[in-house]
Design a protein around this ligand. Structure first.
Ligand code: PHE
Length: 354
């Protein structure tokens, strides 16, 4: 009998080891067939019961049954372990996407797609119109030299706009330095940069940011966009300048748009004007035109011969016009916005309207 009992112990041990290694229900089924099945190891050992003396048989039968019950319990336990480890593991805190919202008829959440800021969208349109008139785009840095921003533009040393109260100088630079660095106060230095690097004739626009120590109000901000224009060729006249600005105004703001030129002075143009576009407001309460019906856009004029000399163009041979353009002002008129500050507050409730 003792050899039979040893065999039972061996079976218990081997089944224990095999169960620990089993990775699937199929493995378990195979082990069960090999040990507990009709032709399995336990059935085989039961057959040997007849070789035992009759008084030992019942005790041996009980030992086999006990082992069978124990093994059944182990199979069940292992089967449960395999089942749970096969389930996909949820990451802690991750939402269960299979879970439906309580009311599936509710409208879904939708993400808002961004779009171009109303001001830059306006600038794109402005560039497009000038492209159509044969202008190409020139570029220059926001930080420029006093030579490009003032001297080459025929601006005298004592001109008020050079004052530290009007212009942002880069740290460590002052108006009295030799050619100090500053934040450009207009896009006109791009005229100088372009003429210094290219021969005439040329026809460019220069869109870009400018900076001035202006008091902020509905029509002024410390940083703003301009789009400079410069045309240099032979026999250019003031009529060409007026024609281009009128055509531009009507293209960008509609065929009813009026344009007004007022005599003015700029050191770098002669003669010079300031020009206004008609406002599309409904009258007296408009903060943009203050009820006058006109919004100042910028200055313009015929390029001063001094400027041509400063960049090495022969003033006897070449003539040209230049104009500035306040991009915000055009966007304000176009969209009926009466405060420039709205363009810089990044308030989505405002921006999403355009
Ligand atoms: N640069 C001038 C300004 O910012 C505008 C201007 C440009 C005037 C070109 C004449 C010619 O006020």
């Amino acid at each position: 009998m003792s050899t039979q009992l040893d065999k039972l112990k061996e079976i218990e041990k081997s089944v224990g080891e095999l169960l620990a290694k089993a990775g699937s229900q199929a493995d378990l089924d195979q082990i069960r067939a090999d040990y507990l099945g009709r032709k399995g190891a336990l059935s085989e050992i039961m057959k040997s019961v007849k070789d035992l003396p009759p008084e030992e048989r019942p005790a041996f039968g009980q030992a086999v049954n006990r082992l069978k019950n124990e093994l059944d319990a182990k199979f069940a336990e292992r089967a449960e372990q395999i089942k749970t480890s096969a389930k996909p593991q949820k990451r802690a805190g991750s939402p269960d996407h299979r879970k439906l919202p309580e009311d599936i008829t509710l409208p879904g959440k939708h993400d808002y797609l961004g779009k171009r800021h109303v001001l830059l969208a306006m600038l794109d349109e402005i560039i497009e119109v000038f492209h159509g008139m044969g202008f190409s785009v020139a570029d220059g840095p926001d930080v420029d030299t006093a030579f490009n921003n003032f001297d080459a533009l025929n601006t005298p040393q004592n001109h008020p706009s050079r004052d530290i109260g009007d212009t942002f100088y880069i740290e460590g630079n002052t108006p009295d330095d030799d050619n100090p660095l500053l934040l450009r106060t207009h896009t006109s230095p791009v005229q100088i940069r372009t003429m210094l690097s290219q021969d005439p004739p040329l026809r460019i626009i220069a869109p870009g940011r400018c900076y001035r120590k202006d008091a902020i109000d509905a029509t002024h901000y410390i940083s703003f966009w301009q789009c400079e224009g410069l045309y240099v060729d032979k026999h250019v006249t003031m009529a060409d300048l007026k024609g281009v600005l009128i055509a531009f105004a009507r293209e960008i703001l509609g065929p009813e748009t009026q344009i007004r030129f007022r005599p003015h002075f700029f050191p770098f143009t002669e003669p010079s004007v300031e020009y206004d576009f008609s406002c599309i407001c409904k009258g007296a309460g408009c903060r943009l035109c203050k009820g006058s019906g006109w919004v100042e856009i910028s200055g313009a004029g015929m390029v001063d011969p001094e400027v041509f000399s400063a960049v090495g163009y022969d003033p006897e041979k070449w003539s040209g016009y230049a104009f500035g353009m306040g991009v915000e002002r055009i966007a304000l008129i176009r969209h009926g916005i009466d405060d420039i500050r709205l363009l810089y507050q990044n308030d989505l409730r405002f921006l999403r309207q355009f």
